[in-house]
Write a protein that binds this ligand. Structure first.
Ligand SMILES: *Cc1c(COP(=O)(O)O)cnc(C)c1O
Length: 408
């Protein structure tokens, strides 16, 4: 039962795999009044957003902007603008989000090949190299961090392999951007996309994206300007038309360019939010921010282990911002989540697919990757687990997490 006189809506601590609590500054920025999408102040904000996201993506790509919609909007825009029906594509698949990339490519009508790792592992680079050689893909697509398995795929050297094979490389960094290093240029990635609701500490609904010159050329060849906007000076590309109007990156890029060609009505409130997320990241500094997420992951892991929980997945490739732990035998995973929510106002994550009902996922991302929030979560979990029949010595998780946070 909820407490009498409880505030509405409840103030919950979101310690799952995302969404997480938005930074209060982001929420404040989003309460500003609307501007027209071609208002010079708005287009100034748009140019500013492009500049703010370049260092966050680790890129010098001029084409760095936002796709309106959740992270999946960025993914769909990238994949449908890169791949044409009938193209062979290769997906690096080590969890739910690799499966999602395959599914989107199939809907596009591409011929999908995969190179797979079991959930909890990553795909070795030489296996990807062999698959590229065998398959001859036009596009290689991979998640960076896959929150479903908590694994981060190493990406050093993948861009070179793709370039040598004439393939374009797409990377989904939704779960890692602003929390773990994303190095679009050094990786040699052609399109990288993300969302706000994980380490960037915003609400879902805007998808930052960066597009290399090579990918931009490819897209321009496929661009077809919408009928009602055409004037005498629009040249269509001679490539196969992109199979979506909303997600035609060529048209979205025309809107973000000096041409300011009309496309969708920019989600200006989301743009304020995305801009504030990026400003906060850069004010903190990328290195400091990554270190904070590393300390968080270390503390969360240490606390969970101290309670006798077994962590899921290969330690070497664990994401710093989300950790999965097996539900101990005899403990009702959903009862634990319910008590966490009802008694402590803390949300922790369930799992998908083969891990459903087997693990919980604990996030410590963005605004929530803080010492006190991790300690509060672990302290609450300890009490809840005791109530649900899992014994551990009182205080052990918090003590272990504090030591790990402090690097002891
Ligand atoms: C969370 C997550 C998404 C989420 O996509 P939405 O459309 O914002 O729900 C996509 N990709 C990865 C790797 C994620 O972890």
């Amino acid at each position: 039962m909820r407490n009498v006189g409880e505030i509405d809506p409840p103030q919950r601590l979101l310690m799952g795999p995302g969404p997480i609590n938005a930074h209060p500054r982001v929420l404040r920025a989003m309460s500003a009044d609307l501007l027209g999408q071609f208002d010079p102040e708005m287009t100034t904000y748009m140019n500013e957003v492009m500049g703010l996201y370049r260092p966050i993506f680790g890129t010098e790509n001029p084409w760095t902007f936002l796709v309106d919609g959740t992270a999946r909007a960025g993914i769909e825009a990238a994949l449908i603008s890169l791949a044409s029906p009938g193209d062979t594509v290769l997906v690096v698949n080590f969890g739910r989000f690799g499966l999602l990339l395959s599914e989107i490519f199939k809907r596009i009508g591409a011929h999908v090949e995969t190179v797979d790792a079991p959930w909890g592992e990553v795909v070795p680079l030489d296996a990807i190299a062999a698959a590229i050689e065998r398959v001859g893909p036009k596009v290689v697509a991979t998640p960076h961090g896959d929150t479903s398995t908590t694994m981060a795929q190493p990406l050093e050297g993948l861009g070179v392999l793709c370039r040598e094979a004439g393939a374009l490389l797409y990377v989904d960094t939704t779960a890692t951007l602003g929390g773990m290093e994303v190095a679009a240029d050094r990786w040699g990635a052609d399109i990288v996309t993300a969302g706000l609701q994980k380490c960037l500490a915003g609400p879902s609904g805007s998808a930052p994206i960066t597009v290399s010159a090579r990918a931009a050329d490819h897209i321009q060849r496929r661009k077809h300007v919408e009928q009602g906007l055409r004037t005498g000076d629009h040249d269509d590309g001679d490539g196969i038309i992109i199979g979506s109007n909303y997600f035609d990156l060529g048209m979205i890029m025309d809107y973000w360019s000096d041409k300011r060609l009309n496309h969708h009505t920019e989600a200006t409130t989301m743009l304020y939010g995305a801009r504030e997320c990026a400003r906060i990241v850069l004010e903190e500094g990328l290195a400091t921010r990554f270190a904070r997420h590393t300390a968080s992951g270390r503390a969360m892991s240490a606390g969970l282990r101290a309670m006798g929980l077994r962590l899921f997945g290969d330690d070497r490739y664990r994401m710093t911002n989300v950790t999965a732990a097996y539900i101990p035998e005899g403990v009702d995973g959903e009862a634990v989540r319910r008590r966490m929510r009802e008694d402590f106002e803390i949300e922790i994550g369930t799992a998908f697919g083969p891990l459903a009902g087997k693990v919980w996922r604990f996030g410590a991302m963005g605004y929530n990757a803080r010492k006190h929030k991790i300690l509060i979560t672990l302290g609450a979990l300890e009490a809840v687990l005791r109530a649900e029949g899992h014994r551990s010595s009182a205080g052990c998780a918090v003590d272990a997490a504090l030591d790990a946070w402090n690097g002891i």
